[in-house]
Design a protein around this ligand. Structure first.
Ligand code: NAD
Ligand code: DAU
Length: 331
């Protein structure tokens, strides 16, 4: 199989490359990535010459047409992915997430190729802390941030292309990922690298917001289950029953890294901050037989801390600029 991975130099895309080389060694992988601030060639270094990296943009129709024509299956991760950036500068989110997905859909339609579109639980908005409901495949879309609105737009484009043009596509909506190669602007690696560098962790607002954490390898195992056994046109929620509030996550990081429980700062909250995400993944478990392997958050987090401790060269050059940007926002 010739697999085209868009956004393969980011967190989930680079991990899917490594996962695929381990579990589906017969695949030939091409990565299309614009190498924005979020992409890293070092994240693909372990793949050596088993992967072809094409540097280019997902909204470039000629390039995307050529790469899709040469592939059998496309997995679409390329996106602007950080909520805080979408609040300070929304335009790149519209360009990459909406126009980019449109560009890819047109190529997939023309060449009649299989597409899996990777999306987020944020398209559904948020839940109250005590709501017994969780997000499912039938939950109405209600995005809050410019990031989640553009991801919702991209999902709706895929749904329209499936219905109107009979494109062979599936969609998954996953909760918050953690693991190696995650950019240090994101919550967990920001706090780990803060502690490693002698800075206190930074908690937005009171820290009561809940995220439903899943290890990136569990996400990618689910993506492969959909590629191999998913219903054409199907939608799948992906989550590992990993709900934690942000304060609890910081407490666990501090404990695992040998720091006092109160060694963190409260900083400005995120405007429009979603309160809680929670996924009901019953459909993918039942229909595709997928189950998460990293079921103990403490162990997955300890392994992630060890990865950042052992890979300072990967993240240290980014740290000062990331923190300077946050400092301007009072975060
Ligand atoms: P990331 O920011 O780590 O990586 C995104 C990658 O896309 C980067 O390598 C970047 O260079 C590339 N890219 C950005 N704009 C591009 C463009 N115009 N053309 C080509 N490449 C471009 O993101 P991630 O966390 O790995 O997320 C990957 C996908 O998974 C996104 O679609 C995101 O919405 C979705 N998702 C993420 C999570 C999460 O918790 N991280 C959860 C659910 C879904
Ligand atoms: O739910 C899936 C989504 O998860 C993905 O679609 C996004 O691409 C991904 O970035 C993530 O979005 P979040 O906004 O939930 O993740 P982030 O890591 O930015 O923040 C997680 C929580 O931690 C959120 O409630 C904000 C809070 N936070 C974040 C940072 C960076 C802090 O308290 N302090 C921080 O320093």
């Amino acid at each position: 199989m010739n697999l085209l991975v868009t956004g393969g130099a980011g967190l989930i895309g680079s991990n899917v490359v490594h996962y695929t080389l381990r579990h589906r060694p017969q695949c030939r992988i091409t990565v299309l990535d614009a190498m924005t601030y979020a992409g890293s060639q070092a994240s693909l270094a372990a793949a050596g010459n088993r992967v072809e990296l094409v540097v280019g943009r997902i909204e470039d129709p000629a390039l995307v047409d050529r790469l899709v024509a040469a592939s059998d299956v496309v997995v679409h991760f390329a996106a602007e992915s950080h909520n805080d950036n979408s609040i300070s500068n929304p335009l790149p989110f519209v360009t990459t997430n909406v126009v980019g997905t449109f560009t890819l859909l047109e190529a997939v339609r023309k060449h009649k190729k299989r597409l899996h579109h990777v999306s987020t639980d944020e398209v559904f908005g948020d839940l109250e802390l005590d709501d017994p409901e969780r997000f499912r495949e039938t939950t109405p879309y209600n995005p809050s941030s410019p990031y989640s609105a553009t991801k919702a737009g991209s999902d709706l484009l895929v749904k329209a292309w499936v219905r109107t043009f009979k494109v062979n596509a599936t969609i998954s909506n996953c909760s918050n990922n953690y693991g190696p190669y995650q950019h240090i602007e994101k919550f967990i690696p920001r706090q780990i690298t803060n502690v490693l560098g002698g800075r206190k962790p930074r908690l937005y607002g009171e820290g009561k917001n809940v995220r439903d954490w899943i290890h990136v390898d569990d996400h990618n195992a689910a993506v492969w289950a959909i590629l191999e056994r998913g219903q054409p046109g199907g939608y799948y929620m992906i989550g590992a029953d990993g709900e934690q509030n942000n304060k609890a996550v910081i407490s666990l990081i501090l404990e695992l890294m040998g720091k006092p429980a109160d060694w963190y700062d409260h900083v400005n909250d995120r405007p429009g901050h979603d309160l809680r995400y929670a996924i009901d993944a019953a459909k993918i478990r039942r229909e595709l037989g997928w189950t998460p392997r990293y079921t103990t958050f403490r162990d997955g987090l300890a392994a992630t801390i060890a990865w950042y401790r052992d890979n300072t060269a990967w993240w240290q050059p980014l740290k000062e600029a990331v923190e300077a940007k946050y400092a301007k926002q009072g975060q």
